[in-house]
Design a protein around this ligand. Structure first.
Ligand code: ATP
Ligand code: MG
Length: 255
């Protein structure tokens, strides 16, 4: 018997993706589960970000073969907004700089938009601020941060914290984090990893993390590690695979 629980997963089946007429992803099959951390690693240019964009439905990334199933539902052709509504989240999905919009207002609009699509009542200003304050405290973000303008003069680390704050506020079912750790100092990396770990546990969120740093994975302890190489998955293993790559690099994995 197939129950709802059995279909709870994000599946990529035999996916081929083209960018500007060039095939970058050449038949990738991967499954991501709720409540699990799955790390996607691979050398520069292997297609990790391309795969992430294709998963989110970016119009530039053309799926020529294969499919994407979200909790059993085929979303291969769904629009990005529809995917977000169904519970997918991509870390760099917010505009780089919008003049005159504070973080607080930006997040309230995003959260209430999503609630409206799910037929939930929007948060009042008071309730929203209460929630935002709580999440910011958990993520060790200074309370003055929410009054700043979106991305204006943000340091690298502040941009990453903004991503995690968005994640905590939007509570997606599956989150794709493309190099959320890059440019973070060691303490910030730990805080961000703890933030991810907290939302994963609380919301049974499936986390897909694209990273080059095994340090970040030491904090995150992925359940699974997959290696993408020239657009194909060449190896899958546990967290010890990340350690192996850290020591030996990607050489030899393609065989
Ligand atoms: N518009 C394009 N036209 C042609 N090739 C492209 C285009 N966009 C991306 N590519 C190529 O696709 C390949 C995969 O790029 P992608 O950004 O997915 O790699 P990545 O694994 O995320 O690398 P990194 O670790 O450096 O972030 C690269 O060789 C890149 O040059
Ligand atoms: Mg990339």
């Amino acid at each position: 018997m197939i129950t709802m629980k059995d279909t709870k997963r994000l599946e990529i089946v035999g996916l081929h993706v083209e960018v500007d007429g060039k095939e970058i992803i050449k038949g990738v099959t991967l499954t991501f589960y709720p409540g699990k951390v799955h790390a996607l690693m691979g050398p520069n240019g292997s297609g990790k970000s391309t795969l992430a964009h294709a998963l989110m439905g970016h119009p530039k990334y053309k799926i020529t073969k294969g499919k994407i199933l979200l909790d059993g539902e085929d979303i291969t052709m769904a629009k990005p907004e529809m995917r977000a509504q169904k519970g997918l989240f991509l870390s760099f999905q917010y505009p780089s700089e919008i003049s005159g919009v504070t973080i607080s207002n930006f997040l309230r609009t995003a959260v209430n938009n999503l609630r409206e699509k799910k037929n939930l009542a929007p948060y009042s200003v008071v309730d929203f601020h209460k929630l935002l304050k709580e999440k910011m405290a958990q993520l060790k973000i200074d309370s003055s941060f929410s009054k700043r303008y979106l991305n204006q003069g943000f340091s690298g680390g502040e941009k990453k914290r903004m991503e995690i704050l968005q994640l905590a506020m939007l509570e997606p079912s599956y989150a794709l984090l493309d190099e959320t750790d890059s440019g973070l100092d060691v303490d910030a990396m730990k805080t961000v990893a703890e933030g991810i770990e907290r939302v994963r546990k609380e919301k049974d969120m499936g986390i897909i993390v694209i990273t080059h740093y095994s340090k970040f994975l030491e904090y995150l302890k992925p359940d699974q590690v997959s290696i993408l190489y020239h657009g194909k998955i060449v190896k899958t293993g546990g967290h010890e695979l990340a350690q192996h790559i850290n020591e030996k690099g990607f050489e030899g994995l393609a065989k």
